[in-house]
Design a binder for this molecule. Sequence first.
Ligand code: FAD
Length: 406
Amino acid sequence: MAPLSSSPTERTQVGIVGAGPAGLVLAARLAAAGVDFVVLETRSRDYVEARVRAGVLEAPTVRFLAELGVDARLRREGLVHHGVHLQWRGQRHRIDFAQLSGQQVTVYGQQELVCDLIACHLAAGRHIRFDTEVTAAEGILDPLPDRPDGGVVLGWRGPGGAHGALACDVVAGCDGFHGVSRALAGRQRLLIRERAYPYAWLGVLADVAPSTDELIYAHHDRGFAMHSMRSNEVSRLYLQVPPDEDLQAWSDERIWSELRSRLAVPGWELNTGPIREKGITPMRSFVAEPMSHGRLFLAGDAAHIVPPTGAKGLNLAVADVKVLGDALEGWYRGGSTTGLDGYSDRCLTRVWRVQDFSTWMTTLLHVDPDGDAFERRLQRSRQDELVRSPSLAANLAENYTGLPLP
Ligand SMILES: Cc1cc2nc3c(=O)[nH]c(=O)nc-3n(C[C@H](O)[C@H](O)[C@H](O)COP(=O)(O)OP(=O)(O)OC[C@H]3O[C@@H](n4cnc5c(N)ncnc54)[C@H](O)[C@@H]3O)c2cc1C
């Protein structure tokens, strides 16, 4: 086969693989810095815009999106929450974010943010190629040069079996956990640390007004449950289930009945309604280090996965690309590689802090099917302490609403 470098059909400065939150926010940051890019996305625009996933934005994420000027609809439609409810043994306890951390979170569906970003990029005439899968690369592991030199070529497969190549200076691997970027880095170069949890989340999206003004995280002997929302008309709810659970075993009636049991507190009613979507998501922690290799920079789920209990996956992706965007601006504007050289270390400090927080939230609230009586008693002690200790509650509030962006 002819080398890719013999036939680049297009040239740009930064090749971005993936149009999820990481790729699209990085694109907005580069556009603000006047750096040229092309985003290559394997899925169609319709598919990407309809994919229901995360929904809680930290305060620093919202501020960064505002700086980039992509927050108009988020400001109008996002639901600002000043606290969260934690629940165990039939009692609900409110953690007051405003009082404990001086911050808040904003509930806004990931797919809404993705829609906003795509609309903004396309309206400005920027390049997002949908239905275009990156399959190969040349020059990607060569040392980063002092000056941009167009030394990388990405090979892609597009609609109707078309093939092409994009020449660029560096590549941002924003292609999620199942993308190609980690393989391009070479698996032998990556130090992988991971943990699988003995449970998964059955998530539903229901056309019913939320039964709560703020999110409820509930620990119950039958397993964890969560009540979240996407708007004043749409509820998002989750149940802890075994990792190999069969979705077919869960009728709508069974889901509502189980949610009613696990979320129950005296005097509170759960609104029920038509379930629009349901799915099972495994729970996993994963980190691939380092996050940069030559001219390839991994960002978001391509480099790390956190269990969703802490609502951190999307926020962590945004934190990565903030660091990457700043570093790329420094390289293109000032000719300095310092930011890019330090990219991985800078991101990983936050990644491990967030891994710790997400693991702590997860083990605080789930029922471990393999846990012994000692473990269950420790968990109960941790829950009690969180209600008793203002400093522990403040720590939760600070981490949940978001540590300052690097
Ligand atoms: C099913 C699911 C449910 C989730 N639910 C929650 C939740 O409830 N709460 C929470 O906080 N977080 C949740 N998350 C995590 C959160 O959604 C992710 O952390 C976030 O999407 C990360 O963004 P990203 O841009 O790094 O990756 P992604 O959103 O995965 O985007 C990567 C993009 O790259 C594209 N791509 C892949 N391979 C290629 C290729 N070879 N060439 C071109 N493009 C490619 C993909 O199609 C995709 O569009 C969930 C994740 C999943 C998978």
